[in-house]
Design a protein around this ligand. Structure first.
Ligand code: GLN
Length: 202
């Protein structure tokens, strides 16, 4: 049986994640309503991706579509989750430089500063060494992780800045692997969901 991976599809760069996941041979769906997330017997997904975009808009839409609490619940209950850029911001316990009224799901014990690398013109493709091996990825108005809790593993840095973290089945990345077609974080997500092998630097 193939995995079913949802991509939060309220706003932002959804289709790149869908394409990358489909290239890895898994079934995908957009998550826009609570019933995309939950069936009669509980969560219907094997894993979920929170894409990049604008975290304050996603936060607002999550509440409008009554997805905020169900999403927080399934991730807290252990659904393997990959958040990229705005997705990382959504996951974080604390957000620095938030938009007015912006909230986050608070399921990842980390403090994240929005737009920490400057504005859109500072966006760049960058090679990084990570705990999952060397990657080439895109930074787009990227956040930075400025503090992590004791359970959180740092998996990537750009210079001194923490740009990738993992805690249990949650991975948060300040960058976009899907923009450069870098598959290893999605492969790792599938492995967390029981579809594939869990290995470092594999
Ligand atoms: N700066 C955006 C935010 O605060 C994130 C940018 C991105 O996801 N590429 O949500």
């Amino acid at each position: 049986m193939s995995a079913l991976v949802g991509v939060l599809g309220l706003q932002g760069g959804v289709s790149e994640h869908i394409e990358l996941l489909q290239d890895l041979g898994v079934n995908t769906c957009w998550v826009r309503t609570p019933s995309d997330l939950l069936g009669a017997d509980g969560v219907r997904l094997d894993a979920i991706v929170l894409p990049g975009g604008e975290s304050s808009v996603m936060d607002r839409l999550l509440r409008t579509f009554e997805l905020f609490e169900p999403l927080k619940q399934v991730i807290s209950d252990g659904l393997p989750t990959l958040g990229t850029c705005a997705g990382l911001i959504l996951l974080a316990r604390t957000v620095l430089d938030p938009a007015p009224g912006q909230r986050s799901l608070g399921v990842l014990d980390a403090t994240v500063r929005r737009n920490a690398f400057g504005s859109q013109v500072d966006s760049a493709e960058v090679g990084l060494e990570t705990a999952d091996g060397p990657v080439k990825v895109a930074f787009i108005r990227a956040p930075q992780v400025v503090e992590v809790g004791p359970e959180v593993e740092v998996i990537a840095r750009r210079g001194e800045a923490i740009v990738g973290v993992r805690s249990g089945a949650i991975t948060g990345l300040a960058f976009h692997p899907e923009v450069t077609g870098e598959p290893r974080f999605h492969q790792r997500l599938l492995a967390e969901a029981g579809f594939g092998r869990l290995s470092n630097a594999g």
